[in-house]
Design a protein around this ligand. Structure first.
Ligand SMILES: Cc1cc2nc3c(=O)[nH]c(=O)nc-3n(C[C@H](O)[C@H](O)[C@H](O)COP(=O)(O)OP(=O)(O)OC[C@H]3O[C@@H](n4cnc5c(N)ncnc54)[C@H](O)[C@@H]3O)c2cc1C
Ligand code: HEM
Length: 412
């Protein structure tokens, strides 16, 4: 075992607590002593997870129920509907259990998680409350398999995790805000349920072309969703998002159909590694489907900003010609920049010159193994394009794409 607890994270002011229906295990605040988890403790934690995993859903529901009953002051931090979050907390814990004997991976993952929690308003003082309820939930669902040794191992592990999250958040706090308010300054409907929304952050917002941003709207408070700026950083500091209203979507629908000039959104810190500096080759292959074009467009602007020192082959994919998004804009860019070549791929319609699915078209125009590849669009497109490219010799390390969902859980 390889991680250490460096200090306790006791609350600065005790949180009020209702009587718990279940006796909670020993307080989950991390112990003061620096002590690594032993192999035996790691084995105990893993064994207890194996016991509760089949009951994960009920356990998480129970965890939130007691958290909100015992510590009602944290409830307003969470969205009214908690379904998605329930699954995410559990997946984070499973990931942590997987990483428990990999110090570097664990610190990186929990560091991301800690920084990401700043936008929720999470404070060091909240961690003991969450730890206490987490242990109570584990104890209840592990049943007879639970004992003092397992409780002690979990207390120690949770303390270490909390410590990394808190330290990462504190370090982040020293250098940047948790949230950037940003006023909508322009809104343009692009048809097919897509809108371009330009915002001006009230304070400077630094990001790199190709990164994505979590966004909270006034209509769905606490519901954070990710959107990728479609532009490289501008002198006037504005960012333009391309948002598609998904069927039944909450935040996307509000952004596409309700957002108006003057509305104020909140932006979280930028995230993502799909940036130009990640490329090792000078030739780039960019592949985009739908609003996945946004970060690719930003990357192309960034190439232009840096003087066009890359050769860029851009493929836009869609099911039908009418669904091909952003072609005119990209054609204009290709006319301005000799280093940019644009091709389309349409899978479900016969369009002369651009027929075929993206993987077929990519295979036809390859090879691409001396290119860095940037992929953005629906998960199915990214997966099939990746398969085709790796089959034809592109190294996985040279294929860059965003996580498909809940980025903080996919952070490497
Ligand atoms: C890294 C990253 C970058 C992203 N960049 C962009 C971007 O630039 N532009 C953009 O428009 N979106 C982008 N998204 C998707 C965006 O974050 C939201 O998931 C999407 O807008 C739906 O949010 P919602 O609140 O409207 O839907 P929710 O209320 O969360 O979901 C409602 C229903 O829609 C379904 N659903 C959710 N997302 C999708 C989807 N993408 N397609 C089809 N059905 C869906 C859900 O399963 C659910 O049934 C990005 C996502 C990630 C992870
Ligand atoms: C080990 C400790 C913790 C873990 C593993 C954890 C894990 C997670 C994960 C994975 C998410 C989803 C993040 C995303 O969608 O970007 C999340 C969201 C959240 N967490 Fe935590 N968390 C922990 C501690 C805390 C604490 C102490 C608080 C404060 C009360 C807290 C409050 C929240 C809130 C408010 C959200 C947003 C909910 C939502 O969007 O649905 N978390 N947490």
């Amino acid at each position: 075992m390889r991680f250490r607890i460096s200090r306790p994270s006791s609350p600065s002011a005790p949180l009020p607590r209702e009587e718990s229906p279940i006796p909670a295990p020993a307080a989950a605040a991390p112990p003061a002593a620096e002590a690594p988890l032993s192999d035996h403790e790691i084995a105990l934690i893993r064994a207890s997870v194996a016991v509760v995993e089949p009951l994960a859903q009920e356990m998480t529901v129970y965890f939130y129920a007691i958290l909100f009953a015992r510590y009602p002051e944290v409830r307003p931090m969470f969205p009214p509907g908690m379904d998605a979050q329930r699954g995410r907390l559990l997946r984070a814990l499973l990931r942590i259990v997987d990483l428990v004997d990999d110090t570097e991976g664990l610190v990186r993952f929990c560091g991301h998680l800690g920084r990401d929690h700043r936008k929720f308003g999470t404070l060091a003082a909240h961690f003991p409350a969450v730890g206490e309820c987490l242990l109570a939930a584990l104890a209840r669902y592990a049943g007879p398999a639970w004992n003092q040794d397992i409780a002690a191992a979990w207390t120690k592990a949770y303390g270490a995790i909390a410590q990394v999250m808190i330290s990462a958040a504190e370090e982040d706090e020293a250098v940047r805000p948790a949230v950037w308010p940003a006023t909508v300054v322009h809104r343009l409907s692009r048809g097919h349920g897509i809108a371009e929304i330009t915002v001006r952050p009230h304070i400077p917002y630094e990001y790199a072309a190709g990164q994505y941003v979590s966004v909270e709207t006034p209509w769905w408070p606490k519901q954070w969703r990710y959107y990728s700026p479609a532009n490289a950083p501008r002198e006037d500091g504005t960012l333009t998002f391309h948002v598609r209203a998904v069927p039944g979507g909450t935040v996307s629908d509000a952004l596409v159909h309700r957002a108006a000039v003057g509305d104020v959104l909140h932006l979280g810190a930028p995230m993502g590694d799909m940036v130009l500096d990640a490329a090792v080759h000078s030739d780039l292959l960019c592949v985009a489907g739908g609003t996945g074009l946004a970060p690719i467009r930003a990357l192309i602007e960034e190439v232009a900003r840096r003087g066009g020192r890359h050769q860029v082959d851009l493929f836009l994919g869609a099911r039908t010609g009418a669904e091909l998004y952003g072609v005119d804009d990209m054609l204009r860019m290709a006319q301005r920049h000799h280093w940019l070549t644009l091709r389309g791929a349409v899978s479900h319609e016969h369009v002369p010159g651009i027929r075929g699915s993206l993987p077929q078209v990519l295979a036809e125009y390859g090879p691409w193994y001396q290119h860095d590849v940037f992929l953005s669009g629906p998960a199915s497109m990214v997966v099939s394009a990746t398969e085709t490219l790796t089959l034809h010799g592109t190294l996985p390390d040279h294929i860059h794409h965003d996580p498909f969902e809940t980025p903080v859980l996919s952070a490497r």
